[in-house]
Ligand binder design. Structure first.
Ligand SMILES: [Fe+2]
Length: 524
């Protein structure tokens, strides 16, 4: 009877889920407790999710809500929410169960950081509240420490602009059955209705103006989670997420706003906005340690080992960066780009990234982060112009990270990136201007899920000729699928012919392999 926990277990588990519970005498099962009280409707319209898989643990997530945009109020009190995790989809062999209490201050989001699971295993889970049961979700734990899995598949995505198109990429990813999915940012966009228009026109429309307050950000997440393909991917695949800029505001840098809404440039105004944005992100993402700290920061950079086959290191290039050089003018070339004091991840995280990768004993070392690391001159012919919001605006910071990786002889480093709404595959060097410089790592930039609309089949003029380390570019929407074995890593850059209508089929735009111990991309 896995439901009948001792009172002590119940208290411990409720405490572990972030809330203490006091029950006088009687010991009802968590599930029975969660059947008390009618919440006035079905409370699981936000679905379920899981994330940050470890060998013995995973975060289980849900959020109580009676409608997508949060217009129907929930009780302004804590609500008991029971959870169960089982070996099977029909929830017959329940392995663990427990009770959490929702918190109205956290918009009734629930994060159960559940430890004590078996490694490399599929599990199924479900929540109960207000007499209702959630959909049954599926999750997977990571391979055991030191274990050597023969193969691992995962996918990575970025940039899901709700107005620009349907999130069909998630549907195709579910069909690929990856062990997990990495989202490297721009999970939502902050703009008001139709402010950011796709070239072919917007096919859906944001509710409300530019989002600024906590209520605004929460409602925007609610609207994005009306996309059935997103809900289904969250239900069936563990997510590993890190935000970029649009979860807060376009091109913000640490505490510095782009200042389109803050004409008085009062940093306190932007700090309040950023804190609200981080709070809503933490509420909605199935991430570990999903709490905004008293100083307004969010713990985002972290490591997720997958046995000794692969380490996933997740970076945060937004929260600690110095301000963009050249007044953040796209296509610039100014002295600030080579300022040694400039840093993209912040100096402590720069050191952490290099140290962490240097300590890795895994065969493949994945750095999942937000903005393009490969140098890219956007000016065809003479003259140079760079995206100063990317690593090109922080060239010395990039040099420190890449030369640190080179010095430490990190085994098979591979950078995964989002942000620019196009696929790129590139080799990375400490000095891109030196044709003799060895390849240190490779980078796959995944195109957007929907941002930019349908796109086209043109290769951006000059992308490859001006930047010989860039091997591929495509302006379609989609995702990247990674298949690792002990001998090679293969990346399939997946492309959808359209996102302006649902249900497009995916095709492989290009595929590359990296062989173990042999730096550099090779056509698959
Ligand atoms: Fe984006």
């Amino acid at each position: 009877m896995p439901d009948s926990l001792s009172r002590r277990q119940l208290l411990t588990r409720a405490g572990a889920a972030g809330a203490a519970l006091s029950i006088g005498g009687l010991i009802p099962s968590p599930r029975a407790l969660a059947t008390f009280g009618n919440l006035g409707g079905y409370p699981f319209v936000s679905g379920v999710a899981s994330g940050d898989p470890g060998p013995d643990r995973v975060v289980l997530w849900t959020r109580l809500a009676l409608d997508a945009l949060g217009e129907t109020p929930l009780p302004a009190r804590r609500v008991p929410v029971a959870w169960e995790i089982a070996d099977d989809e029909r929830m017959r062999r329940v392995r663990r169960s427990g009770l959490a209490l929702s918190d109205p201050a956290r918009d009734h989001s629930i994060h159960v950081d559940l430890a004590g699971l078996l490694p490399g295993r599929e599990y199924w889970y479900r929540f109960y509240a207000g007499g209702e049961a959630s959909p049954v979700g599926r999750t997977r734990t990571a391979p055991a420490f030191g274990k050597s899995p023969q193969a691992l598949r995962f996918c990575f995505v970025s940039c899901s602009q709700f107005e620009h198109g349907y999130f069909t990429a998630y549907k195709r990813i579910v069909e690929d059955d990856p062990a997990f999915l990495i989202h490297t940012g721009d999970y939502i966009y902050e703009y008001g209705t139709d402010v950011y228009k796709a070239p072919g026109g917007n096919v859906r429309h944001h509710v409300g103006g530019e989002i600024v307050t906590l209520a605004d950000y929460r409602r925007r997440y609610g609207q994005y989670h009306t996309d059935a393909d997103l809900l289904e991917a969250r239900r069936l695949i563990p997510f590993i997420t890190t935000p970029d800029d649009h979860e807060v505001e376009n091109n913000y840098a640490a505490g510095i706003s782009e200042q389109d809404l803050e004409p008085d440039q009062d940093p306190a105004v932007f700090f309040r906005r950023r804190t609200a944005a981080y709070e809503a992100y933490a509420e909605w993402m199935p991430m570990r340690d999903a709490q905004v700290r008293p100083d307004g920061s969010l713990r985002l950079f972290r490591e997720l080992p997958m046995g000794d086959l692969c380490d996933v290191v997740v970076g945060d290039t937004r929260q600690f960066r110095t301000d963009q050089p050249c007044d953040d003018e796209f296509n610039s070339n100014c002295a600030g780009m080579t300022d040694p004091a400039a840093t993209l991840p912040g100096l402590p995280q720069e050191r952490w990234l290099v140290d962490r990768l240097a300590r890795s004993r895994s065969r493949w070392n994945i750095l999942a982060q937000q903005v393009q690391m490969a140098q890219q001159d956007f000016v065809e012919g003479p003259g140079e112009g760079y995206n100063t919001d990317s690593w090109d605006g922080y060239k010395e910071s990039r040099r420190r990270v890449l030369s640190g990786i080179q010095r430490a002889r990190v085994r098979n480093p591979v950078v995964l990136t989002g942000d620019v709404h196009q696929h790129y595959a590139a080799d990375l060097k400490v000095d891109f201007t030196d044709p003799q410089a060895p390849v240190v790592a490779s980078e796959f930039v995944g195109t957007s899920i929907s941002s930019g609309g349908d796109g086209n089949d043109a290769v951006r003029s000059g992308a490859l000729s001006e930047n010989p380390w860039i091997k591929y570019n495509a302006n379609r929407r989609g995702y990247v699928r990674i298949d690792m074995s002990r001998a090679e890593l293969r990346a399939d850059l997946q492309i959808l012919p359209y996102v302006s209508r649902p249900d497009a089929l995916a095709a492989t735009g290009a595929a590359f392999v990296i062989e173990d111990g042999r730096p550099g991309l090779q056509p698959a």
